[in-house]
Design a protein around this ligand. Structure first.
Ligand SMILES: NC(=O)c1ccc[n+]([C@@H]2O[C@H](COP(=O)([O-])OP(=O)(O)OC[C@H]3O[C@@H](n4cnc5c(N)ncnc54)[C@H](OP(=O)(O)O)[C@@H]3O)[C@@H](O)[C@H]2O)c1
Length: 239
């Protein structure tokens, strides 16, 4: 039986991924600040509780990460980093707390815990690390470049980590997602036709293969390719 460690497990996408990993017969360590919510989710969805361990994990409590990892009973085969936090770009520009928290939750927290996991060469069965990144990180745009820059940094980190872990046979994937209907986007005015469900994204997480960047949804695949190629003068005209 494989062990899956989900960091930031109370994310709407992470919870759907947890349900799918359990369906596949894996054991899940669900790590989150919201341990009660997660336990309630396991009951409400009638998930096999005997294969779920809920652990407290705070992505920004960097100093606790080593002890958190060392105490884990059963080191992971698969790791998913899903912690997320967002304030609007307008807020982030005037509120350093919000900016800094985004950097810490979305990037620094991931690097802190994933470095520990990646450097544990004693964990011979580590086979995959998946990070939830975003199309917002593909190009700097005036409407969301603070959130976007943390995602760009996270994707770049994962790309390097993939190369670094290649000799050990560990796959690393970045899920480069567009808009997802979740707690993070609740209250935002996003085009319905571009919104994806957490369960749809979760299927891409659990089905990840050797490809590094995974862009769920055909519309978002097209947007991703256009964004990547667009000259800066045209990106500057986007919101
Ligand atoms: N929603 C989108 O449109 C979208 C698009 C592309 C990428 N993403 C990325 O996908 C990931 C998952 O987001 P989501 O859409 O599933 O949103 P979500 O449901 O709001 O999940 C984000 C989760 O991160 C957790 N979190 C926040 N700070 C944390 C911390 N310090 N330590 C541990 N966990 C922490 C929150 O936990 P609590 O419940 O305990 O507060 C929350 O459950 C994020 O990285 C997000 O940036 C989202």
């Amino acid at each position: 039986m494989k062990t899956v460690l989900i960091l930031g497990a109370n994310s709407d996408v992470a919870k759907e991924a947890m349900a799918l990993y359990l369906e596949m017969g894996h054991r899940v360590i669900a790590a989150s600040r919201s341990v009660d919510d997660l336990r309630a989710f396991v009951v409400q969805r009638r998930l096999p509780a005997e294969r779920v361990v809920v652990e407290y994990f705070d992505a920004v409590a960097f100093e606790t990460h080593r002890a958190f990892y060392e105490k884990l009973v059963g080191k992971p085969h698969i790791v998913l980093y899903a912690a997320g936090f967002q304030v609007t770009n307008e807020e982030a520009l005037v509120d350093w707390e919000g900016s800094y928290r985004m950097m810490n939750v979305l990037y620094a927290g991931g690097v802190s815990i994933l470095n520990l996991i990646a450097m544990d060469s004693a964990n011979a069965h580590l086979e995959r690390i998946v990070g939830l990144s975003s199309l917002s990180g593909v190009r700097g745009r005036k409407s969301n470049f603070i959130y976007g820059s943390t995602k760009a940094a996270f994707t770049t980190y994962l790309a390097g980590l993939r190369q670094y872990l290649f000799p050990r046979g560990v796959a690393v994937n970045a899920i480069v997602a567009g808009y997802i209907r979740s707690k993070l986007t609740a209250g935002l005015d996003l085009p319905e036709s571009l919104l994806m469900e957490p369960a749809f994204i979760a299927r891409h997480v659990v089905g990840a293969g050797r490809k590094f960047v995974i862009v769920p949804g055909f519309k978002w695949k097209i947007i991703y390719q256009i964004l990547r190629m667009l000259p800066e003068s045209l990106v500057a005209k986007l919101p």
